[in-house]
Design a protein around this ligand. Structure first.
Ligand code: KIV
Length: 291
């Protein structure tokens, strides 16, 4: 682990040098950003998964620029070493290249991000080119793209047949030529991810894309086992925090209702003399009231 600030050039150079696999995790607030940053993770993504994970939406579609910027600023305050990537929400880059540049610029200027990520294949290559030309590093995202999951037939593995696999290969090449510095590959077969990773010089960061990508990304809340209902099958939960949290919350409730908390160890003792004087004053006042 290095304390040196991670740059886009470091990320690209790692693949070229055949170095360690890259790591990226999501964060949406300062406290999680500090934890992730402190473990030497290479990149922190303020993902639009914010919508599902934190804001309680059913998908990433409703997430707004203002919501993303609010959380990206909080993550910025907890990040000193990792490269900070802001995820462009639905319709913040599709309307026009000018709007895409303006919104990507807001991630840099208003939230201190060092790169942005946007979803899509060949159809967004010109937008990526325009944003990169404006001086903003872009990470692509192909395969299962949650913002347009409806068009893809739902949250399904992509690139299983020859035609869609070829489309993804063309997309990876188009995004690389447009200047993307890395590519997220989401939910595609492992051998296709290997092919894509060999086809481009920029690093591929897999999520549900097998072991041959140049790096891996997960939603931190999934990795920590914070959800009790649905977790995608490709996610490895390294700890199951949800039951532990619920046990702790229930213990607090029981101790407060039962009077066990706060005890002397968790209270501030008062100076004995001050307490005696106060008591004497109050007793004097009470006696006066009865006269
Ligand atoms: O929004 C997000 O968290 C993402 C990752 C899953 C790659 O896009």
């Amino acid at each position: 682990m290095t304390a040196k600030k991670t740059t886009v050039a470091d990320i690209v150079a790692r693949k070229a040098a055949g170095g360690d696999k890259l790591t990226m995790l999501t964060a949406y607030d300062t406290s999680f950003a500090r934890l992730v940053d402190g473990t030497g993770i290479d990149m922190i993504l303020v993902g639009d998964s914010l919508g599902n994970v934190v804001l309680g939406y059913d998908s990433t579609v409703p997430v707004t620029m203002e919501e993303m910027l609010h959380h990206a600023r909080a993550v910025r305050r907890g990040t000193t070493r990792a490269l900070l990537v802001g995820d462009m929400p639905f319709l913040s880059y599709q309307v026009s290249a000018a709007e895409a540049i303006a919104n990507a610029g807001r991630f840099m200027k208003e939230a201190g991000c060092e790169a942005v990520k946007l979803e899509g294949g060949e159809e967004v290559a010109d937008t990526v080119r325009a944003v990169v030309r404006a001086g903003i590093p872009v990470m692509g995202h192909i395969g299962l793209t949650p913002q347009t999951a409806g068009q893809l037939g739902g949250y399904k593995v992509q690139g299983r047949d020859r035609e869609s696999a070829r489309r993804l290969l063309a997309a990876a090449r188009a995004l690389e030529s447009a200047g993307a510095f890395a590519l997220v590959l989401e939910c595609i077969p492992d051998e296709l991810a290997r092919l894509l990773s060999e086809a481009v010089a920029i690093p591929t960061i897999g999520i549900g894309a097998g072991p041959w990508c140049d790096g891996q990304v997960l939603v931190t809340h999934d990795l920590l086992g914070l959800f009790e209902k649905f977790v995608p099958s490709f996610v490895k939960s390294y700890v199951r925090l949800a039951p532990q949290i619920k046990t702790a919350l229930a213990a607090f409730r029981e101790e407060v209702t039962g009077g066990a908390y706060p005890d002397a160890a968790h209270s501030f003792p008062m100076d004995g003399e001050v307490a005696r004087q106060l008591l004497a004053e109050e007793e004097g006042r009470a006696a006066g009231d009865h006269d």
